[in-house]
Design a protein around this ligand. Structure first.
Ligand SMILES: O=C(O)CCC(=O)C(=O)O
Ligand SMILES: [Fe+2]
Length: 356
């Protein structure tokens, strides 16, 4: 049998079945995140759709999520996934809302089970990238519900560039194209972690084995390539690690009322550009200098708090023109500048002070 390194190198992805114990390892994040979603939903509903609060407690998670999307016209996602939404024109950093970086998410990011797998794939100096996403794929009826709630206050999600990616359909893409170009050759590994089952009907991942070998390319991809796609049927506890250059997408959630929820966390060898060098990552594992590992979730949350506040006040780096359109020269310059500004945890924590 091929080793996980061989499979990862050959196919560009490797599925590890039953890596996590769903109850012990995933339930804490599931519970904490659900509380966060409910808190966000209640804030937005109170502001723009109070009647939605009447039956809130008896609604399913997917209904509550849909109400949250509708009441916020999609902008609640800014709090759940600032990494993507910081580029959206409507992006707003609201300090009155809870930061999303709940300890349980940080704990899963640096769970030793995932780091042990990653160590075999990218080595023992592992940096948790600032790039991480949550994708909650809703059934058509719940997307429609979100639209209806938004329409009740004459709004829609059309300004939300990443709305479809986050809650609708994931189109074909390679992650490498979405990072600033100085990260193209970084050995970035994406750990995709389903919190629910993922089936063809509710939005499972689709991967094209070996597609990571053809260099960095943009969609559309040739039919003969897409025809080779393999659906990844997964359950909570399973994890798939994707190479940054693997072409992937997901099936549409066509189910009656099911949802598919997954986190994806990125990792790379410490010292390589992450593709978002003006956002804070952290050393998740270091065999050579364990004292550099960040183990305190609250410091991580505070690093994000500071940087989002900083970006809200100062804007994105001047040379930055978009996640994938920034030139290589500009990317190198941004990376250099931010390495100076925030060379370590303290640098990120003191960002606000260095502005003053
Ligand atoms: O969960 C999804 O459908 C999106 C996944 C994805 O594109 C990724 O993990 O890079
Ligand atoms: Fe992706």
């Amino acid at each position: 049998m091929a080793s996980i390194q061989e499979t990862y190198q050959e196919d560009g992805y490797v599925v590890v079945r039953g890596l996590f114990d769903p109850k012990e390892d995933l339930q804490p994040l599931n519970d904490a995140y659900t509380r966060l979603l409910d808190a966000l939903a209640q804030v937005y509903l109170l502001e723009s759709y109070p009647e939605g609060l009447e039956n809130f407690d008896s609604m399913s998670l997917q209904e509550r999520f849909a109400y949250m999307l509708g009441a916020s016209a999609g902008t609640a996602l800014h709090h759940l996934d600032p990494v993507l939404n910081v580029f959206v024109d409507t992006y707003r950093w609201r300090k009155d809302l809870p930061v999303t970086q709940i300890p349980e998410m940080f704990d899963l990011m640096r769970h030793e089970k995932i780091l042990d797998v990653l160590e075999q794939l990218i080595g023992s100096e592992i940096f948790a990238s600032p790039v991480w996403h949550i994708n909650m794929k809703l059934a058509p009826q719940h997307l429609k519900l979100a639209d209806e709630v938004a329409a009740s206050s004459s709004r829609d999600m059309s300004d939300e560039t990443f709305y479809t990616f986050q809650v609708g359909k994931t189109g074909w893409h390679m992650d490498a194209i979405t990072g600033m170009p100085d990260s193209r050759e970084s050995q970035i590994a994406n750990a995709w972690i389903p919190m629910t089952h993922a089936r063809k009907e509710n939005g499972c991942l689709l991967v094209i084995p070996g597609s990571h070998k053809g260099g960095v390319r943009k969609a559309p991809f040739p039919d003969e390539m897409v025809d080779r796609a393999v659906p990844l049927i997964m359950d909570p506890g399973d994890v798939v690690i994707l190479d940054n250059k693997l072409v992937h997408g997901a099936t549409q959630n066509t189910s009656e009322a099911d949802y598919r929820w997954a986190f994806n966390f990125r990792y790379l060898p410490t010292g390589q550009p992450s593709g978002r060098t003006f956002l804070p990552g952290f050393v998740a594992r270091s065999r050579s200098a364990p004292e550099t590992e960040l183990r305190n979730p609250f410091l991580w949350g505070m690093m994000w708090y500071r940087v989002l506040e900083y970006i809200s006040e100062n804007g994105l780096p001047e040379q930055f023109s978009g996640p994938s359109t920034t030139s290589l020269e500009a990317a190198v310059e941004i990376t250099r500048e931010w390495e100076e500004k925030a060379p370590d945890v303290n640098g990120w924590l003191q960002l606000e002070e260095s502005v003053a």
